[in-house]
Write a protein of this length. Structure first.
Length: 178
């Protein structure tokens, strides 16, 4: 297993093609989330973690971003995880977990983020929980252009990074979700 982390701005055209190929394998029919989320604009990650197998194939990915947010109306700089992908043939072998552990290290050591946030399908909650993520039971405000109920089939998950993460309250992302 080989893990790399680099800014998205450093991706070449060939890198983007390789990423899109993995995305097409993971989502062969395109968007497969709840219909309500199909037209949501999503924020692009600022950093990418790529996990390759021993043959050099890209088998897992996680994106990281930072955002100035408001927690209960108080300014806070948080990190986010987006675009978590694992090739179906490589699942349950530790590749996705390795990507998220590297993300946690980067968010703590480099970003010094107090906590991180992600949104995932209900079915993925046990995977993220096994890596220390907890459900955020408060309200998340984001510019979505869709009904606030659009995330009913999803869960907001939060991870303590350099501070204890809040499990409730109001978190305003001050922009589009990731």
């Amino acid at each position: 297993m080989h893990i790399t982390l680099r800014p998205r701005s450093d991706m070449s055209g060939a890198d983007l093609d390789e990423f899109r190929h993995l995305e097409d394998i993971v989502y062969p029919s395109g968007f497969d989330g709840p219909e309500e989320l199909e037209n949501v604009a999503w924020a692009d990650p600022e950093w990418d973690i790529w996990v390759r197998d021993d043959a050099g194939n890209l088998v897992s990915h996680a994106g990281i971003l930072e955002r100035d947010a408001l927690l209960n109306d108080n300014p806070i700089r948080i990190a986010g995880i987006a675009e978590v992908l694992s090739h179906p043939a490589y699942r349950r072998q530790g590749f996705g977990s390795a990507a998220l552990r590297e993300a946690g290290r980067f968010m703590a050591d480099e970003l010094r983020a107090p906590f991180a946030l992600l949104v995932c399908p209900q079915a993925a909650i046990p995977f993220y929980a096994s890596l220390g993520w907890q459900r955020f039971n408060g309200s998340v405000i984001a510019e979505m252009g869709v009904s606030p109920n659009a995330f009913a089939e999803s869960a907001w998950m939060i991870l303590s990074v350099t501070e204890d993460a809040p499990l409730d309250g109001t978190l305003d992302l001050q922009g589009i979700p990731w």
